[in-house]
Design a protein around this ligand. Structure first.
Ligand SMILES: Nc1ncnc2c1ncn2[C@@H]1O[C@H](COP(=O)(O)OP(=O)(O)O)[C@@H](O)[C@H]1O
Ligand SMILES: [Mg+2]
Length: 456
């Protein structure tokens, strides 16, 4: 993969011990996964500090370790490098590696829909090409470089999801992945703890467009009031818009929710089918259709891949549990995805009642209560029959929804087990239950509870 001296020059590392001879095949940051001949990069994470596993890595055969602490002790047989920031060094190495491959890289960012879009784009392109894409949601300063380090000569195109939770993240990831194309899904109140406001989220995501290769292609959602401004703000790129409401170059029209809970829609007078009733997925599919067209994939193949597209786990996945319908949206929550979930629940065709089981949206900073209230007001105006909420911030959802609903329709619980008790006593055959909350609220436990109690 690299010679040890190449690593030194890419990262500007200082050699603490050993000689710079030899090469290694792989880079790993997890000591458990080290194989003989690897370079081990010690990264300080939230839960683990890789520096504590140096001797384990060397025991397993690591030939060199990159560290950000000068006091590390290691057997003399291994090369030890020092850099002030190993996470940054991983990025520099990944950039150096990516530069060896003359292939198109498509980068995806936005407040919601990145993973679903990434999977749909990768799936459509796989009809004709060998595609590399992030595993799951590995979209941060560690996940993106590790994904790029999986490039091989066999890969024709890379589809890279990029996330951000602080200013500068997207600029950095763009400088590593060096994309030729970008997809921007939407701008909303995401990661406001550090990004502060929606305009700041937009400025952050715009760095993907600014950092694109010259004459790069920008695929953007024209229905989004921020993204629609992109062509006015950045020059020297080609722009392809998509949307549902506005007159975009690729506009989905005649969207029909079919009896079997699939969606039919047409683009450029061609019909497509998505086996999901979630309208937001039409936007994600539009990006995939555009990429398919740009990469000369036949209509038949695009059609088949879109129809078969599987929705990633916990992103408004629909399941029949006994005689009730469950919409599992427990992967995450922010105001953009919450609105999308409310639309799905409101439009859902079921003979029973619509029940929302929800918890907090995290990382919304100082305006968190206002965002919860906004969502609560939307629920108040909707046709949702019951709201069962749990969590501190979710109290604001309840207080804003309650005035518009009847007595006995809106509940807040202090404890998860109380929420579960109510779910059990309230839900009956043919109801549809949507479960949503931020990842850290672990609403998957509530999904497990529902699966256990309603499976017949
Ligand atoms: N285009 C979209 N617009 C709004 N919400 C979406 C969109 N696509 C997916 N979602 C919802 O956003 C949440 C996260 O989806 P995901 O694809 O994992 O996005 P991300 O990778 O940006 O977090 C889920 O609740 C999902 O249903
Ligand atoms: Mg994601």
């Amino acid at each position: 993969m690299f010679s040890i001296s190449e690593i030194k020059s890419l990262t500007k590392a200082v050699v603490l011990q050993g000689t710079l001879k030899g090469r290694f095949k792989r880079i790993t940051i997890n000591s458990k996964e080290v194989c003989p001949g690897d370079l081990f990069i010690a990264i300080k994470g939230g839960r683990f500090d890789g520096h504590r596993f140096i001797s384990e890595a060397i025991k397993k055969g690591a030939v060199a370790c990159l560290v950000s602490s000068k006091g590390v002790k290691a057997p003399k047989r291994a090369v030890l490098f020092y850099v002030p920031d190993t996470e940054k060094a991983l990025g520099f190495i990944a950039r150096g590696y990516r530069q060896r491959f003359d292939i198109p890289v498509i980068a995806i960012t936005g407040s919601a829909g990145k993973t679903t879009t990434k999977d749909m784009v990768a799936s459509v392109l796989s009809a004709r090409y060998s595609v590399l894409s992030n595993l799951g949601s590995q979209n941060n300063q560690i996940g993106v470089p590790l994904t790029l380090l999986k490039l091989t000569k066999k890969i024709d195109v890379a589809v890279i999801e990029m996330g951000t939770n602080q200013p500068g993240d997207i600029k950095w990831l763009t400088s590593i992945a060096l994309p030729d194309m970008s997809i921007l899904t939407n701008i909303g109140a995401s990661h406001l703890a550090k990004l502060k406001s929606k305009p700041a989220v937009f400025r952050e995501k715009l760095n993907l467009v600014k950092g694109l290769a010259a004459k790069g292609t920008v695929i953007f959602n024209r229905d989004d009031p921020f993204l629609v401004k992109i062509p006015l703000l950045v020059k020297g790129r080609s722009f392809i818009s998509y949307g549902v409401k506005s007159r975009a170059k690729f506009q989905a029209r005649h969207i029909i929710l079919q009896a079997n809970r699939s969606l039919q829609f047409s683009v450029d007078n061609k019909k497509y089918v998505l086996s999901s009733p979630v309208q937001a997925n039409v936007y994600n599919a539009l990006s995939a259709i555009i990429c398919g067209r740009l990469f000369s994939i036949s209509f038949n193949n695009i059609y088949k891949k879109i129809k078969k597209a599987s929705i990633p786990k916990g992103r408004q996945q629909i399941k029949k549990v006994g005689r009730i319908w469950l919409i599992d949206d427990t992967y995450n929550a922010n105001p953009v995805s919450f609105r999308s979930a409310l639309n799905t629940l409101s439009d859902f065709k079921a003979c029973g009642r619509r029940i929302l089981v929800c918890s907090d949206m995290k990382e919304l900073g100082a305006s968190s209560h206002l965002w919860h209230k906004t969502i609560g007001r939307d629920i108040g105006k909707s046709n949702i029959d019951y709201v069962l909420a749990w969590g501190k911030a979710a109290k604001h959802i309840v207080s804003a929804a309650r005035p518009k609903k009847d007595k006995g329709q809106v509940y807040h619980f202090e404890k998860r087990f109380e929420l579960h008790k109510k779910v059990r006593s309230l839900c009956r055959d043919h109801d549809v239950i949507l479960v949503k909350g931020s990842h850290s609220m672990q609403m998957g436990k509530t999904v497990d509870f529902i699966l256990k109690h309603f499976k017949k």
